[in-house]
Design a protein around this ligand. Structure first.
Ligand SMILES: C[S@@+](CC[C@H](N)C(=O)[O-])C[C@H]1O[C@@H](n2cnc3c(N)ncnc32)[C@H](O)[C@@H]1O
Length: 259
């Protein structure tokens, strides 16, 4: 989970969409939304990357996120968007939240459940989602199952660097380091570093430590069963392809709330 505060959190939110060139899941979520209808609850909605395309289909959607700075960006009006109902955003921790309605579908796009690093946190979150679903409501989880070879790679070889121009003419170098892996608890400790050079020559160096977890297929299945869900569909990617031997990678699970 990201734990940035103040200026660091604002910069991170401001640069999220610039550096997240992850667009190939948007059609998948809008198709699922159109197929199942709303209202939809999105957990960890961030800057609204998925919330807004779903709202643009005319389906009602609410998003929650722990990062108020990301929600500030999500709340900005989207040019050209003519929603029947604007998305509602609420700052909340997905492990413990209370909203004033129930939903037909809850979604966790872009591996959001993996932001929680203990089984207790994941159970608390899924139980909370369970109480916010209609009696036959659905939950959709996008989980990344890492390959064994990735887990065996030396963390020092997993650094990625991307450089972009920011909205105010600044140059931004974003470096992501894997600091360590905890194999016993199935977590990774990471760091995002922003090195920013402004047009007037001033610089900023911002460091954001964070931690994520990983689960394999049957852990996801057991977790859902334990939290009162029955799996109805399972895919290996955003083209609705099967999860098979070629697909350690994205595991997408749709499950129905059991009575
Ligand atoms: C990888 S980002 C995904 C954002 C968005 N779903 C997307 O697809 O672009 C993970 C999001 O989960 C949020 N998050 C992490 N821990 C959370 C928690 N305990 N409760 C609510 N949101 C959380 C983060 O603030 C972040 O916006």
């Amino acid at each position: 989970m990201f734990t940035a505060e103040g200026l660091t959190a604002r910069r991170d939110a401001e640069y999220y969409d610039l550096f997240t060139d992850w667009r190939h899941d948007i059609d998948f979520y809008t198709r699922i939304a159109l197929q199942h209808g709303g209202p939809i609850l999105e957990l960890g909605c961030g800057t609204g990357r998925i919330t807004h395309p779903i709202a643009a289909t005319g389906i009602e959607i609410d998003g929650i996120d722990i990062a108020a700075e990301r929600l500030q960006i999500a709340r900005r009006p989207h040019t050209g968007a003519r929603y029947q109902a604007s998305p509602r955003f609420c700052t909340a921790d997905m492990r413990r939240f209370t909203l004033d309605r129930t939903y037909g579908l809850a979604i966790f796009p872009f591996r959001v459940l993996q932001e929680l690093t203990t089984t207790r946190d994941k159970i608390d979150c899924l139980q909370c989602v369970h109480t916010h679903l209609d009696h036959d409501g659905l939950v959709l989880i996008d989980n990344y199952c890492p390959s064994i070879s990735y887990l065996a790679t030396d963390p020092a070889r997993c650094t990625t660097r991307t450089e972009k121009s920011g909205p105010h003419g600044e140059r931004i170098l974003r470096t992501q380091h894997v600091i360590s892996r905890d194999y016993a608890n199935q977590t990774q400790q990471l760091q995002v570093v922003y090195d920013i050079t402004h047009p007037d020559g001033s610089t900023e160096h911002l460091v954001i430590p964070y931690e994520t977890s990983y689960m394999f297929r049957f852990e996801v299945e057991h977790l859902l069963a334990r939290c009162g869900f029955t799996i109805t569909q399972l895919w290996g990617g955003y083209d609705f392809e099967p999860f098979d031997n070629n697909a350690p990678g994205e595991l997408i699970v749709l499950a129905r709330r059991a009575a």
